[in-house]
Write a protein that binds this ligand. Sequence first.
Ligand SMILES: [Zn+2]
Length: 194
Amino acid sequence: MDEITRQIFAAQRVIEDVYTYYAREACPCAFPRFRQLVGFRDEDYGTGPVACFEQQHMVFLATRSDSSIGTRGVFQPIGEWESVADSKKRLLRCTTCGSDWIVEYTQYSINLSREFMILGTISPIRAQQIGLAPEPQVPLVAGIHGPSVCALEKCRAFFRSATENEMYEYLTAKRQGINDFTTFDLNVDTPPDD
Ligand SMILES: [Zn+2]
């Protein structure tokens, strides 16, 4: 197995673990760093075509409710795919908090397609934000790919190379005070649970 194939498999396992964690804690919408990763778009960097391995797996699992892993039913499709120029898009609704998302799919070539997810513009996010705010670069195991070295270089600012652990920790990190019971209220007789 070559190095990039190994990285893609490793990254996919991390993504699946991250979904399991989100489902246990709240839903993906509660984590701004989930939003950061699934929202990557090469056009925001003034270039293309570029796709991100981790993002593709995350969106793939979000949009396939018949997936056999733990992401089953996290998002429910609303309506059918709608064609817009060279792309297709459809609405998804989080089955936990009810937030609406738009997923957009573009087939760049036989070898390259990309999907991204952004929040629906009509309704705000409904989940309480328990995840940490994004940093400028997402730590990723596999990263981005595309046919143009120049385009890849322009999108390079989106991520930094990282280990599987770093990637998992980044995507699942919670804000301080969330599930952090080290501060005791002196007026309370019994310490908080856990
Ligand atoms: Zn949600």
